[in-house]
Write a protein that binds this ligand. Structure first.
Ligand code: 5AD
Ligand code: SF4
Length: 478
């Protein structure tokens, strides 16, 4: 039986707490002892879940490469395999337990393989207990708050041949100056804040990601200036609730101010996600109108169109309040493309309440949405709410909703038919056939015939000739 070294274990009680103390910023350094830990070794990171996890994986990759690891050509056989996990819904977790099963087989073939689990799942008491009890082949358990300890924890795992667990539940720090291996050379994630204090009653994120904490504006602006000088074209500002940016710093400098300042850095395209409708303020909406680099597109999760459900979700806005933000956005940015998140089958959601959601979807004219069936998350308030809706009914509602949502996607593409759009080229289209693809300012995926790889990372003009549900097709303009 493998030994366990428990440096810190997750605690729901600590994760719930919001202490009113200043959050420290930690500047990344690595101790000399670990500098060559990864020499002649390979690594692979599998990332699940949100863009926040993708950004975290870029940091973990940066840290691993700095201590000598190289990225594996064959991820399932790397010397170190890390799963950066998501806990948002039960099916996200099921997938990860499945991949762990496969890795167990791989480790039998190669006993020197070191397997780590990181991200949101280990932040849950239940998941970490399960790993401790039944997943002997996992060597490293690390949460969302301590990526910077990766070298030391790996060292400890090699040295002790024990399972090393460090999951911190309280507060969290802000990590600056960590190395990063970015996935793209023209589009970059830029974290502006971490954590969430909203406590929507269905959501596990405030417990897995900790308290809301904003990066200093100088650190963000400098990062974006560096990206501009390295040739990056587009950034996406990341946070669970970017509209709350700066509130914890108490300097009166808000998300809208940040948009105005970032617009001056020379970056060509700025997007941001995710927004909370209640915190989306006038200054931010004006910045969307005034700043040329801020793209005319917004993801504004509504979750439900029924006031009673919204109240039980603790969303702190009503149907009317949400719609008045939509109206104002359309006044300021008339051609804006709006997308959203919707949960169906929240505990005891009635048919009428679901229909109110359908009504809002039509009123708001969304051009896309991520739609989910409510998933019970242990430790959240909604997990204790009575629920009398059958699974069958929930699936039916999801299907019904998606008919409206998919029609919205199609409409969102149709409005660009015969127009010339600017596409930031990502690369060859996945389905081959001599097409390349990229995204327009409104975040519409566009394919066009072309094989000139030198266009990757450039903005090209494309005339839209066909509008499909999931993408547009066009012709490259000379
Ligand atoms: N069940 C279903 N969907 C959820 N989301 C968050 N928590 C849950 C849950 N317990 C959805 C919300 C959120 C998106 C990221 O995931 O719609 O906006
Ligand atoms: Fe979860 Fe609500 Fe925070 Fe979004 S705002 S991460 S849904 S608690």
């Amino acid at each position: 039986m493998m030994k366990n070294i428990k440096l810190a274990l997750p605690s729901l009680k600590d994760a719930r707490m919001r202490k009113n103390k200043t959050i420290p910023t930690v500047r990344y350094t690595v101790e000399h002892t670990y500098k060559n830990l990864g020499q002649n070794k390979t690594y692979a990171i599998f990332t699940y879940g949100c863009q926040g996890n993708e950004a975290d994986s870029e940091v973990m990759a940066g840290i691993l490469e700095e201590i000598g690891y190289t990225k594996s050509e064959d991820p399932m056989s790397a010397d170190v395999v890390i799963l950066n996990t998501c806990a948002i819904r039960e099916n996200a977790e099921q997938r990860i337990w499945g991949v762990l099963g496969q890795l167990k087989g791989k480790k039998r073939e190669n006993p020197n393989m070191l397997i780590g689990i990181a991200g949101c799942m280990p932040q849950e008491e239940n998941a970490t207990n399960k790993i401790l009890e039944s997943y002997g082949f996992i060597d490293l358990v690390i949460g969302t708050h301590n990526k910077n300890h990766l070298p030391q924890l790996l060292y400890e795992a090699y040295r002790s041949k024990a399972k090393v667990v460090e999951v911190i539940s309280s507060e969290g720090e802000i990590l600056e100056d960590a190395p990063k291996v970015r996935e793209s050379n023209h589009k970059a994630w830029v974290n502006i804040m971490y954590g969430c204090d909203e406590f929507c009653t269905y959501c596990i994120v405030p417990y897995t990601r900790g308290r809301e904490r904003s990066r200093a504006k100088e650190d963000i602006i400098n990062e974006v200036k560096d990206l501009v000088s390295s040739g990056y074209i587009e950034i996406t500002l990341l946070g669970q609730n970017v509209n709350a940016y700066g509130k914890d710093l108490g300097e009166g400098y808000t998300f809208g101010d940040l948009l105005y300042d970032l617009d001056k850095t020379g970056i060509q395209r700025i997007r941001y996600t995710t927004s909370h409708p209640r915190d989306l303020d006038e200054k931010t909406m004006q910045a969307m109108r005034d700043c040329k680099s801020v793209m005319p597109q917004l993801h504004l999760p509504v979750q439900s169109g029924d006031d009673e459900v919204l109240k039980r979700m603790n969303r702190k806005y009503t149907y009317e309040e949400y719609m008045s933000k939509v109206k104002r956005l359309r006044e300021l940015v008339p051609d804006i493309s709006l997308t959203t998140d919707i949960i169906v089958g929240f505990p005891n959601e009635t048919r009428q309440q679901f229909e109110n959601t359908l009504k809002l979807v039509q009123d708001a004219k969304f051009e896309g949405a991520y739609t989910f069936i409510y998933s019970k998350r242990e430790g959240t308030p909604a997990a204790n709410m009575p629920d009398d809706i059958t699974d069958e009914e929930k699936h039916k509602r999801l299907e019904e909703l998606n008919v409206y949502i998919n029609a919205g996607y199609l409409e969102g593409h149709k409005r660009f038919l015969n127009q010339i759009v600017e596409v930031l080229v990502d690369g060859p289209s996945k389905n081959g056939d001599g097409m390349m693809c990229g995204y327009t300012p409104h975040l519409k995926l566009t394919h066009f015939k072309c094989s000139d790889l030198s266009l990757v990372g450039k903005i090209v003009k494309v005339k839209v000739t066909e509008a499909k549900t999931w993408f547009m097709i066009g012709e490259l303009c000379e």
